[in-house]
Design a protein around this ligand. Structure first.
Ligand code: GRF
Length: 192
């Protein structure tokens, strides 16, 4: 076995710009026992695929039928020896077959303080718009294990930031992104 094969292989599931994916990739570059082995994505135009190409990390473009009604790509994940999954801006629900195949081995990051502002349809700017509309004084991030319901698994970590009186969804999103970038890679490492 070579050195790569002895490492914990992580798959990052992402469908957006991939700024969190980039931070995680940077953090685990040359790590002694963790390797980012695969980027899984459901949008051919997603920025995260450009990042994967630049970082020379294999990608898997998935489609709905096989993900939800087929084998959920578990065979391919096993081929890449994936033992841990990180959701970083992945909007599809995780099918039960995948949750069962990776018990307590899938984590997600949510840009709010769950259980508030979670669930179906609560993602990206919708979250920040709702937080501002409700005049919350505080928002933040939640990193949690994934079960078959949106945003409902056991919490692992939360961090907070203020919501300022003149915040827009964009300015709040920027503050939250910074929190995510600071904490997510380290929290992943601690869970591993
Ligand atoms: C993050 O805000 C994360 O909380 C949410 O999706 C966003 C992904 O952003 N789940 P990026 O693609 O990592 O920049």
């Amino acid at each position: 076995m070579n050195k790569e094969n002895n490492k914990i292989h992580i798959a990052i599931f992402a469908s957006g710009a991939g700024s969190n994916a980039q931070k995680i990739i940077d953090y685990f570059k040359n790590h002694s026992h963790v390797s980012i082995a695969l980027i899984v994505c459901n949008k051919p135009e997603a920025g995260v695929l450009t990042i994967a190409a630049k970082e020379v990390i294999p990608t898997l473009l998935i489609e709905k039928e096989r993900f939800f009604r087929g084998d959920a790509y578990i065979d391919i994940l096993k081929e890449y020896q994936i033992s841990f999954i990180v959701l970083a801006g992945f909007l599809w629900k995780i099918p039960q077959a995948l949750v069962v195949a990776y018990p307590d081995k899938i984590v997600n990051i949510h840009p709010a303080l769950l259980p508030k502002y979670g669930g179906k349809g609560m993602y990206g700017h919708f979250v920040h718009e709702a937080v501002i509309a409700n005049a919350e004084k505080e928002s933040g991030i939640t990193i949690h294990f994934v079960n078959e319901n949106f945003d409902e698994g056991t919490h692992i970590f939360q961090a907070t930031c203020p919501v300022l009186p003149d915040d827009t969804p964009d300015s709040l999103a920027e503050r939250i992104h910074k929190l995510e970038h600071t904490h997510f890679p380290k929290v992943i490492e601690s869970v591993l």
